[in-house]
Design a protein around this ligand. Structure first.
Ligand code: SAH
Ligand code: SF4
Ligand code: F3S
Length: 445
């Protein structure tokens, strides 16, 4: 067996792609190693979402290059979103043997075999149909409890700041029967949770091919897919992300409400609280719509955890726009948020049309104000849970106090409690006795 060392950057979908890559290359005689020094092939599965994500990878390429100096026979490949965005520019002056975009992974074995000194291989062709639906991912062992399943690829939205449509191509939905089969296989292998992944899961829509003998004329939307996956077993939790505020339907919310194993958590990226910014970002909703959807979520799925993403300092953002974001955070009270400063991505609509005119120190100050507000609101939500009884899926020992166990409640809040009886994959009932800003301190009941 040859040895493959792989590093993964970016979103959960990229983690799942690395699992697909491992599966494809395992059939070509590669096994995974966690030691770069013993690898025959080093891959970086990369992310382009913000400039600092790319800078980190360039730093790693320098490290790989040192390894290649020591061992010239080792092959180095850049795959994923940076490969797609930068294409053959990655070959200029860098010791890289292979560049493969997100839709080229099936070709990795032949590309690796074809690499010769001075003859790097590149394939950055995007596809309208590739979903890797017949490939059983070789799970990167995160905790052995929760498995990622990509239900679609690409994105058909055109948020003006975002590079994803360029790096991942057009949206396509995966055959639901292969999704259900993969979830059943994960459950049979001991996983207790599946996380259904897509850039905009609410636009999932699969239509049976016309020549399909079994499912002719059938179509499946996201709510129907959720239903199918939830039906596998009450012991299998179902999570999903990401929900797009203008596309999430009441049908999805009612499906959640009807199945207690569909987790009460929605990741609901708002990006900004200002209508002017939302329009410029080409998001397809306004503040009022967003708040109405939040109210609807809370009405149909009581106790639903809500998390979000936000961008501070987008092009032309005024102090008033920024205050609109702060007031939205105050009003909604998210449990947690991923908070970013705007980073201009070459080639996007915003880079072409708008000036990146908010000074870096203003972006940083605004981001810090959002973070401070969110930390306070998040901590309030955690404190409100004191006294509640929750069902938690055990993930394993707590990182801080290894004699305690940790795991998430249905609403995605992290719980820790003293326990020497249970193990990863068990469901336990706990009572919340105290809370830190991002952890519920519990006891077994
Ligand atoms: N499909 C998801 C987002 C995926 S990217 C959605 O539409 O919600 C994850 C997050 O990165 C985005 O929600 C956004 O907050 C952030 N992001 C994307 N492009 C960015 C940019 N150019 N600068 C800063 N943050 C960005
Ligand atoms: Fe990017 Fe918008 Fe697509 Fe999300 S929905 S991946 S932010 S273009
Ligand atoms: Fe990054 Fe590509 Fe995901 S740009 S966030 S790895 S889709």
């Amino acid at each position: 067996m040859k040895k493959l060392y792989i590093e993964t950057y970016g979103c959960q979908m990229n983690v799942n792609d690395s699992e697909v890559i491992l599966s494809i290359l395992s059939k070509a005689g590669y096994e995974r190693t966690e030691e770069m020094s013993e690898a025959d092939l080093i891959l970086a599965n990369t992310c382009s979402i913000r400039e600092n994500a790319e800078q980190r990878v360039f730093g790693r390429i320098d490290v790989f290059r040192l390894e290649k100096k020591k061992r010239p026979e080792v092959l180095i490949g850049i795959v994923g979103c940076m490969a797609e965005r930068l294409k053959d520019k990655l070959l200029d002056g860098r010791i890289v043997d292979l560049v493969a975009g997100p839709d080229s992974y099936r070709r990795l074995p032949e590309m690796v075999a074809a690499v010769n000194p001075g003859n790097p291989q590149i394939d950055v062709q995007l596809s309208r149909t590739e979903t890797y639906d017949d490939i059983a991912p070789l799970r990167l062992d995160r905790n052995g409890v929760s498995a990622y399943i990509s239900i679609m690829r690409g994105c058909n939205n055109c948020c003006s700041y975002c590079v994803v449509p360029y790096t991942r191509g057009a949206e396509r939905s995966r055959d639901p029967y292969t999704i259900v089969r993969e979830a059943e296989e994960a459950f049979a292998a001991g996983y207790k949770e599946v996380n259904l992944l897509g850039q905009n899961v609410d636009s999932y829509l699969w239509k049976a091919p016309e020549d399909c003998p079994e499912h002719c004329g059938e179509s499946v939307n996201f709510a129907q897919l959720l239903e199918k996956v939830a039906a596998i077993s009450p012991q299998l939790r179902v999570r999903f992300s990401t929900s797009y505020p203008s596309d999430i339907t009441d049908e999805v919310l009612y499906t959640m409400a009807a199945h207690s194993n569909i987790c009460r958590h929605i990741h609901f990226p708002v990006q900004s609280g200002s209508d002017a910014m939302l329009e410029k970002m080409r998001r397809k909703y306004d503040r009022k719509w967003y708040l109405e959807r939040v109210a609807r979520i809370r009405e149909i799925v009581p106790d639903c955890g809500l998390t979000t993403d936000v961008i501070a300092g987008f092009c032309g953002e005024s102090e008033e726009d920024h205050r609109d974001t702060l007031s939205l955070f105050e009003e909604v009270g998210f449990d947690a948020a991923f908070m970013f400063q705007y980073s201009e991505r070459p080639g996007t609509l915003a880079a072409r049309k708008f000036e990146d005119d908010v000074p870096p120190e203003v972006k940083t100050r605004r981001l810090n104000e959002i973070i401070a507000l969110q930390n306070r609101k998040g901590a309030e939500n955690y404190r409100k849970m004191i006294g509640r009884r929750l069902e938690v899926l055990v993930e394993g020992p707590s990182k801080k106090t290894p004699e305690d166990l940790c795991g998430r409640a249905s609403n995605y809040m992290m719980c820790v409690w003293p326990d020497s009886v249970h193990k990863a994959g068990d469901y336990v009932q706990v009572e919340v006795v105290d809370a830190t800003p991002a952890t519920l301190l519990c006891r077994l009941v």
